[in-house]
Design a protein around this ligand. Structure first.
Ligand SMILES: C[S@@+](CC[C@H](N)C(=O)[O-])C[C@H]1O[C@@H](n2cnc3c(N)ncnc32)[C@H](O)[C@@H]1O
Length: 239
């Protein structure tokens, strides 16, 4: 069932306001929790040999600012998004060396085994077997994928049963746009990653206690749910 005044849509319809924390405080909370998982791991990543880094579903990019802070070259960084509007948020990284691509994360057409690190921040829109098989194809042996997603523990409380496969955003003008969002229970998520031939070597649940500021009402935080994850982060490795 589709809500009144809503339509199946794409991230292009959201791109102009996605990062506005006043209009979309839930996204801002998810982003902060996702960073709690990703940033220290990207800071600690030591690129070996000629291994390149790919960030998919990139939006404004989590990886590029970390590499810049570390004084590392962005020449080996590819930033990919299916939405030209969302990729526009990363455009400032092009002139300093990153490669920007409008492509589908599930079918990138990039060379097999060409990345040492793949990062996906809040990758629920394309969290499906085809994506994980593409990650396994793109990683070199021993390569890592850092992936975050809103947690099933939150989604199953917040979304009605018939709304589990999409995220609804109320945008300026009063319309609601619906975008794909595949958030799975932990065991199903782990099975999908394993079925692609990857090993989960690290899995962390990020709770509202990790947030520094205001908590969006849509997180539905109560004393009972305070200790449940809102975002989950995984590190998957190609053996
Ligand atoms: C929830 S947003 C997260 C954006 C960014 N990673 C962040 O954390 O701020 C999901 C992003 O994935 C992109 N996306 C959705 N489906 C995609 C696909 N099949 N392939 C590549 N990118 C996709 C959207 O355009 C959007 O930029």
């Amino acid at each position: 069932m589709i809500r009144p005044n809503s339509r199946a849509s794409s991230y292009d319809d959201l791109a102009a306001e996605y990062y506005d924390p006043v209009r979309h405080p839930t996204c801002a909370n998810f982003s902060e929790l996702s960073d709690v998982f990703l940033v220290p791991r990207i800071e600690g990543y030591e690129p070996a040999g000629t291994a390149a880094i790919l960030e998919v579903g990139v939006g404004r990019s989590t990886v590029a600012p970390v590499l810049q802070r570390r004084g590392l070259s962005l020449e080996r960084l590819t930033l990919l998004d299916q939405s030209p509007g969302m990729l526009e948020h990363a455009s400032k990284w092009g002139p300093v060396g990153a490669r920007l691509l409008v492509k589908n994360a599930c079918q990138t057409e990039l060379p097999r085994g060409s990345f040492g690190l793949i990062v996906s921040a809040l990758g629920d829109p394309y969290n499906c077997p085809a994506f994980w098989q593409e990650v396994a194809r793109l990683l070199e042996p021993g390569g890592l994928c850092l992936f975050t997603t809103p947690a099933w523990e939150w989604a199953s409380r917040f979304r009605a049963p018939h709304e589990q496969s999409y995220a609804a955003f109320e945008i300026a003008g009063g319309n609601t746009v619906l975008v794909p969002s595949k958030i799975l229970p932990l065991d199903q998520q782990a099975r999908m990653v394993a079925d692609a031939g990857l090993l989960i070597v690290d899995a962390v649940g990020l709770t509202p206690e990790c947030l520094s500021g205001t908590c969006s009402p849509k997180l539905l935080v109560t004393p009972e749910t305070m200790r449940l994850p809102i975002v989950r982060g995984f590190t998957a490795q190609r053996p």
